[in-house]
Design a protein around this ligand. Structure first.
Ligand code: IMP
Ligand code: MG
Length: 186
């Protein structure tokens, strides 16, 4: 059987670091949302699912959750540039206090699109939380309220993030061996 861990060059953020930082984010979000008892976490699928599960458990603020399927990457490691909703929210947002929960902000296209799309639905407030941030890759400025970790310009997998749909289940954030995607670059 193929062991996906053999494809890893190095672990960038381990489980203990993820747990500790997510607890800090949750404490900060709890503080910032005092007085809000109908917070809505919107998980950006697929990459945000593991972060959402841990962040949701770390929050003490009462909240509900919803999911939005967004596609911006084709296969491989470069963005297609076009952002598409492939699964929409179940409920309207008007009057809701919303927190977008995303795995990573790279060019900013996905979150910029999501922010504009959700703002048009008249939420009472809209905050953005991204576990990872690659500041050096930004093409569109997006106001992100909460960032877990700034990371260098390296393609990462694990903890929800994939390469060609694999590696999402790894419980840490890791960099793949370059030979796995060298043929896709350039
Ligand atoms: P952006 O639209 O360029 O900001 O890209 C955001 C999306 O691209 C994320 O939601 C991820 O799905 C994907 N993405 C960006 N960088 C990485 C990475 O290093 N590993 C895996 N997916 C990534
Ligand atoms: Mg994503």
């Amino acid at each position: 059987m193929r062991d996906l861990r053999e494809d890893i060059a190095h672990v960038l953020i381990d489980e203990a670091q993820l747990t500790a930082r997510i607890q800090e984010l949750a404490t900060q979000i709890d503080d910032d949302t005092a007085g809000i008892d109908d917070l809505l976490l919107i998980c950006v699928l697929k990459g945000g699912y593991m972060f959402l599960a841990d962040l949701s458990r770390a929050l003490t603020r009462p909240h509900s959750i919803d999911f939005m399927g967004i596609s911006s990457y084709g296969k491989g490691i470069t963005s297609s540039g076009a952002v598409q909703i492939i699964m929409d929210l179940k409920a309207p947002l008007d009057g809701r206090h919303v927190l977008i929960v995303e795995d990573i902000i790279d060019s900013g296209r996905t979150l910029d699109y999501m922010r504009r799309n959700l703002m048009s639905r008249a939420p009472a407030s809209l905050r953005i939380c991204s576990l990872l941030n690659k500041p050096s890759r930004r093409e569109i400025e997006v106001p992100v309220d909460y960032v877990g970790f700034d990371i260098p310009d390296e393609f990462v997998v694990g903890y929800g993030l994939d390469f060609n749909e694999l590696y999402r289940n790894l419980p840490f954030i890791a960099v793949l061996k370059p030979e796995l995607f060298a043929h896709l670059v350039g």
